[in-house]
Design a protein around this ligand. Sequence first.
Ligand code: ADE
Length: 260
Amino acid sequence: MFFDFLTIFPEFFGSPLREGIVRRALNEGKIQVGVHNIRDFATDRHRMTDDRPFGGGEGMVLKPEPLAACLKSARKAGIHSRVVLLSPAGPRFDQQGAERLAGYDQLILVCGRYEGVDERFRTLYVDEELSIGDYVLTGGELAALVIMDTVIRLLPNVLGCGESAANDSFSCGLLKHRQYTRPRVFEGMGVPEVLLSGDHAAVARHRLLEAVELTLHRRPDLLATIAFTPAERKVLRQAGLLARVDAAAGGGASGERRES
Ligand code: ADE
């Protein structure tokens, strides 16, 4: 998959691309990343990428011509690409959004500045606008990296053994159960006995209950989108959690999912 960033701060992308899973995906050719400096496509004497808004007002607005030229140079022909403008005014990006975007061959992530980009560029070239949360960043670079990071993890064979995205918080709809590693006792605190038991069914049950309790406590809104299997519902009923889960789901949205 191709990720292409359009930015006036190309240096921003240095270390995030050199670390961890992103770096491994790059080295293994699972992804290709282009960082495109919008300024390289400015044609005026001062290579201006922004200008004052018509009608007056605060701040500067990204000019349409360098953005459009930069985009044309970044777009790959003949593949399924999507142009995403990062902006606090877009709909909120979430895990479902990541799963949707992972279906494209190329994501072109346009990093806006907080005063905005010229509306004509947005209308003519942008497929969708996305915000990563209800706060205002100084620009879209961090948001674009968040999107790349979440999408990369979903691509086939990008995560190694034991890093499976299928067990993520949010991908199955629940927050993730708590995790422990060695040592068995840390500063006087142990590990739940069941995790040391070797009983895989008991571990799975424990983790399901922990994930459900955590979700009920912190993000009950997420339960409205989850369909538990009959076996999961049985575990929840036995643990006395089913009524609370169904209530949080708004009376039945947590209906049954077939066993897979
Ligand atoms: N640019 C500024 N703030 C942003 C946000 N919250 N999400 C995406 N892009 C942004």
